[in-house]
Design a binder for this molecule. Structure first.
Ligand SMILES: Cc1ncc(COP(=O)(O)O)c(C=O)c1O
Length: 456
């Protein structure tokens, strides 16, 4: 079994239940800034903010650790069901100040899926408290990921993710993504939304649930403006709520405190998580607009469901230190200003890689979409696992990346994310771009020979 000197763990050598049984898990022991180090002392550039996009401030931040320590020494934990604490109160005030206008209340949770589940429950509570008991159904884009719990898995329309747990899930409705491949104008998505509203019966729809700018599901993709305008019209007509999953995009990732600020629509509920703890604690938050609060205040006047660690002093103190660091160092402005150039630099470095279709970018949330280089349009054959190969080759090149292959679900093909910590220097960003380019050129050469023998 794995011991303290092992550099790689495999399924047969660990008591940890692995996520993928055929995968080799490198053991990482320390991190500093945008670098992480494995058990053999080899260093990797972390182009994925800890792998999940959470570590927005990089690794080894002494100020955040000091804030956590100070809070733990004072009061680490009390449950927020019957008690509150200054850190929770102050972090709620901060988030209300930073959120788009009109958001006035915050509910803390301990992660992304919990925040999304809480958003689903708050939306339902809102309708029930207004006397609209029939509203429960949710409409969401099919090509999405909102978490691994039963309620959040039910929000995606991807059979590949849900199987075999769909027996436990509510039947929500889904619309295809309005990407260049299916619907470049957004009109088809609006027609699909109308069909879904009709199928459900508009008076039974509780919410439209989506990421404003997608992360892993469709890296850095956001529907065309026309879609958002049409969605706002339909909300006004039919009375459902709009919930934004800002688990990844919230707290600066796209160069705004919340991605909602950059779109022509204001949601009713925002769920956020990763960047709030920046990889130093498990924390999430649900922000609601005043009219949602009002409905509950005039209705049942309670929403007691919650988790043990919601709003705990320790987590909220870390959240406060993260927000303070982002403000003090002007990091969100840096992401907003630097992000477009980073996208251009990555696109230029990848311009001759034949299977790269597009490089998208919003702040430091960048996405690379791959296609079959022979017709520059079709998905790559899924059995070649090209995006998986990108991550393996990147790791050999001492770069941490994250790619996905949802091809079998039918809405998107092989794709990679590039989401560096906000604290990355220009030299570090340049090195990440260079290693990405080296990696993709190497994978392109391998791909060419694999594709030669196959029909298009
Ligand atoms: C967009 C999005 N929503 C929700 C989640 C779930 O968050 P968590 O893993 O913290 O439960 C994730 C996690 O990757 C995510 O990317």
């Amino acid at each position: 079994m794995a011991g303290p000197r092992d550099t790689v763990v495999i399924a047969q050598s660990t008591h940890v239940l692995p996520l993928e049984f055929n995968r080799r898990y490198p053991v990482l022991k320390r991190g500093q800034g945008v670098w992480v180090e494995d058990a053999s002392g080899k260093r990797y550039l972390d182009a994925m903010s800890g792998g999940s996009m959470a570590a927005t401030l990089g690794h080894g931040r002494k100020d955040i650790v000091a804030a956590a320590r100070a809070q733990a020494e004072k009061l680490s934990y009390v449950h927020n069901e019957r008690l509150t604490n200054p850190a929770q109160e102050q972090l709620a005030r901060e988030l209300v100040d930073l959120a788009p206008k009109g958001f006035t209340r915050v509910r803390f949770v301990t992660g992304g899926a919990e925040a999304n589940e809480m958003a689903i429950q708050i939306a339902r509570r809102y309708h029930v408290d207004r006397g609209e008991e029939k509203r429960w159904q949710i409409i969401s884009p099919a090509q999405a990921y909102h978490g691994p719990t039963m309620a959040t898995l039910a929000l995606t329309g991807r059979p590949g993710l849900k199987r075999p747990f769909e027996v436990y899930m509510s039947n929500h409705l889904h619309i295809p993504p309005s990407t260049w491949r299916f619907d470049p104008t957004g009109e088809e998505a609006l027609k699909a939304l109308d069909r879904a509203l009709e199928a459900a019966g508009p008076a039974t729809v509780s919410a439209y649930f989506c990421e404003p700018i997608s992360a892993a599901a469709l890296p850095s993709y956001s529907p065309p403006k026309r879609f958002w305008e049409g969605l706002a019209e339909r909300r006004a007509r039919h009375g459902f709520l709009i919930c934004f999953d800002e688990i990844v995009t919230g707290i600066g990732r796209t160069g705004h405190w919340f991605a909602a600020e950059s779109l022509p629509i204001v949601p009713d509920i925002i769920a956020t998580a990763k960047g709030l703890g920046a990889g130093y604690t498990a924390i999430g938050a649900v922000l609601i607009r005043e009219h949602v609060y009002d409905a509950i205040a005039k209705g049942s006047r309670k929403f007691t469901l919650g988790h043990t660690w919601d709003g705990a002093p320790l987590s909220c103190a870390v959240g406060l230190a993260v927000v303070a660091a982002l403000k003090k160092e002007g990091l969100i402005e840096r992401v907003r200003e630097r992000g477009p150039r980073l996208r251009d630099e990555l696109a230029a470095a990848l311009k001759d890689v034949p299977f790269v279709h597009e490089v998208r970018g919003h702040g430091y949330l960048l996405g690379i979409e791959y296609v079959d280089p022979r017709d520059r349009r079709s998905f790559l054959p899924p059995e070649l696992r090209t995006a998986g190969r990108v991550d393996d080759v990147a790791f050999e090149n001492e770069l941490i990346t994250y790619s996905t292959m949802p091809t079998r679900d039918g809405f998107a093909g092989d794709q990679s994310l590039f989401a560096p910590p906000f604290t990355s220097t220009d030299a570090e960003l340049a090195e990440m771009v260079a290693r990405y380019a080296t990696t993709l050129k190497q994978v392109a050469r391998e791909l060419e020979s694999k594709l030669e023998a196959r029909p298009v």
